[in-house]
Design a protein around this ligand. Structure first.
Ligand SMILES: O=C(O)CCC(=O)C(=O)O
Length: 254
């Protein structure tokens, strides 16, 4: 008689660490991926090798600056997303990204995510400037789910200009953590991932998102998309918009 593999069940729902400030609501589950049966090292390798990486070029003051990280945008058909001044048409979810989406959709109390931004920080120099994920195509009523893999890095939060002054806060995100950013966090606060030059290991971050139904549009594959999806690290687009702090200002030598 052969032994049958025990069915994999989602781990029991464990209450998150709750971080709340006026206008900010974060829910953090430490080690969520491990708890849900994932080998984070294998997952990191699979996600890196099966994603179509891009490094958009930001053009400012007549100079070209590669975005200080690699990115990939996946989604259901028609879930395009414009960020950092560039339109990103979705590549279909990879196998690992789809499995994670199913795990999240099953174990959270909504929403059903239809898109995913992957950010690969190759080492501590890579970073993300201050911004809020409040682009018009994103559903403002839906939480954003952020999964971290690899090196530990700091994610910082500060009130948006015009919001009441409050002290900033900093979360150290570690391998396997799940962070939910609930509304109205994006409307009232910004977040950013500063460089940490001593960090030598890579970190991968996945943010699952919801594109509003009204913003989903059929989009034929263009020549530029097919180039960028075939070429790893393809620099397929140029933008003049940068996230604060991502590129040196003309008055600094940084
Ligand atoms: O890497 C992170 O943890 C932050 C990612 C992020 O801010 C974003 O995708 O908008």
């Amino acid at each position: 008689m052969t032994a049958e593999a025990a069915p994999v069940r989602p781990a029991p729902h464990r209450p998150p660490e709750l971080i709340e400030r006026p206008g900010l609501r974060l829910r953090l589950w430490r080690g969520w991926l491990q708890e849900h049966g994932h080998n984070t090292g294998a997952l990191l390798d699979e996600l890196i090798s099966t994603s179509h990486w891009q490094q958009p070029i930001l053009r400012l003051y007549g100079r070209h600056h590669p975005t200080p990280r690699l990115t990939s945008w996946m989604g259901d058909p028609g879930c395009s997303y414009r960020y950092s001044g560039i339109d990103h048409a979705p590549v279909p979810f990879s196998g690992a990204a789809e499995r994670l989406r199913r795990d999240l959709n099953r174990s959270l109390d909504g929403p059903d995510f239809n898109s995913l931004l992957l950010n690969l920080y190759r080492r501590g120099h890579d970073r993300m400037g201050w911004h809020a994920d409040d682009e018009p195509e994103l559903d403002p009523a839906a939480s954003i789910a952020s999964l971290s893999l690899g090196a530990s890095r700091d994610l910082r939060f500060r009130p948006r200009p015009g919001s009441p002054t409050q002290p900033p806060l900093c979360l150290r995100l570690e391998d396997g953590d799940l962070l939910l950013m609930d509304p109205p966090s994006q409307r009232c606060w910004q977040h950013g991932l500063p460089s940490r030059t001593r960090v030598q290991q890579q970190r991968l971050n996945l943010t699952y998102r919801v594109i509003r139904a009204e913003a989903i549009r059929p989009q034929p594959t263009t020549a530029m998309q097919s180039i960028s999806t075939r070429a790893p690290l393809g620099r397929a687009a140029t933008s003049t918009q940068a996230r604060a702090g991502e590129i040196p200002s003309p008055n600094t030598s940084a």
